[in-house]
Design a protein around this ligand. Structure first.
Ligand code: MG
Length: 252
C-alpha cells in the first residue's frame, strides 16, 4: 500500500495511491484508518512530505560498494548522525543551493518510517515498528562537510532532506534496486542487498541510543556514485518497489 500526504484546499490530507488515483483516508496512518469515497488524480495533487519526523537519523557508510569506492574499511558499528526536521522537503520541492556551499551532492538512500515508539527494540522484533519505506536524498554540502570536520552544517540546510514521494508499506528487503538519476542520466545504481547493516539491525542499534517516535525516519546510507548537482538540475532518487522522488535545484 502506498500512503501519500498532499494538500486539499489548504488542508493536509492523507490518501492511498491505487492505479494513478488517490483515495482520501480517514483516521490515523500510525493506527487505524479507512479509505473514503473521495478521490483525486495523482497527476494533479500537490505533494507534501509523507511524514513530519521529530528527527531524521542518517547512517554514514552502509554499502559495501561505497566503502570500496572510498577505500575505507567496513565499519564495525553503524556511523549515525542527525538531520533536522526543518530540512524535510516533499516530492517535486526545490532544493536550495546555499550561498556558502561550493559543492552540493546527492545521495540516494532508502528511508525507514517508524510506526510506533521504539526504545531498545531487538532486531528480531524491529520490523514490527516499521510503517513503511520512502526514497530519501541525503543532500550534502560536501565542501562544508570536509571544512567543518563534523557534519551538522553540511547535512542540515533547509531542503536538504527530500523524502517521498509516498510511504510504501510493503518492500522486499532482500532485493530492492536503488538508483539516482541526474537530469535523467543514471549516476548511482546499486541494491539494498549491498547493505553492511540491515534494516532490523539499524532499528535495533539506533533505538538503543535514542527513542524513535512515529514518523521518525532512518535514512540508511548511500551506495557508490555520489556526485555534484548544479542549479537547474533535476535529481531523482528511485527505489524499485517504492517509486521515484524528484526534486530540482535552485539558488538559495
Ligand atoms: Mg548519506
Amino acid at each position: 500500500m502506498r500512503i501519500v500526504r498532499f494538500i486539499v484546499g489548504k488542508r493536509p490530507t492523507y490518501g492511498v495511491v491505487e492505479d494513478g488515483v488517490v483515495r482520501e483516508i480517514r483516521g490515523d496512518i500510525f493506527g487505524r484508518f479507512s479509505v473514503t469515497a473521495k478521490t483525486h488524480s495523482l497527476k494533479r495533487i500537490r505533494f507534501l512530505a509523507p511524514v513530519e519526523p521529530s528527527k531524521i537519523v542518517a547512517v554514514g557508510l552502509n554499502y559495501r560498494d561505497h566503502a570500496e569506492e572510498l577505500k575505507q574499511d567496513v565499519p564495525e558499528e553503524p556511523i549515525i548522525f542527525l538531520k533536522p526536521p526543518t530540512a524535510v522537503l516533499p516530492h517535486r520541492g526545490k532544493i536550495l543551493y546555499p550561498k556558502p556551499c561550493g559543492r552540493l551532492d546527492y545521495e540516494a538512500e532508502l528511508g525507514i518510517v517508524i510506526k510506533r515508539t521504539a526504545r531498545a527494540v531487538s532486531a528480531e522484533r524491529a520490523l514490527r515498528y516499521v510503517l513503511g519505506y520512502v526514497c530519501c536524498n541525503d543532500v550534502t554540502a560536501r565542501d562544508l562537510q570536509r571544512k567543518d570536520g563534523q557534519w551538522t552544517r553540511a547535512k542540515s540546510f533547509n531542503t536538504f532532506a527530500p523524502i517521498g514521494p509516498w510511504i510504501e508499506t510493503e518492500l522486499d528487503l532482500s532485493d530492492a534496486p536503488i538508483r539516482a538519476y541526474l537530469n535523467g542520466v543514471i549516476r548511482q545504481d546499486s541494491n539494498i542487498n549491498n547493505f553492511i547493516f540491515d534494516v532490523p539491525y539499524l532499528i535495533h542499534f539506533i533505538s538503543t541510543v535514542m527513542t524513535l517516535y512515529p514518523g521518525d525516519v532512518i535514512s540508511t546510507g548511500t551506495p557508490s556514485g555520489v556526485g555534484p548537482m548544479q542549479p537547474g538540475d533535476t535529481i531523482e532518487i528511485e527505489v524499485e518497489g517504492i517509486g521515484r522522488l524528484s526534486n530540482t535545484i535552485v539558488r538559495g
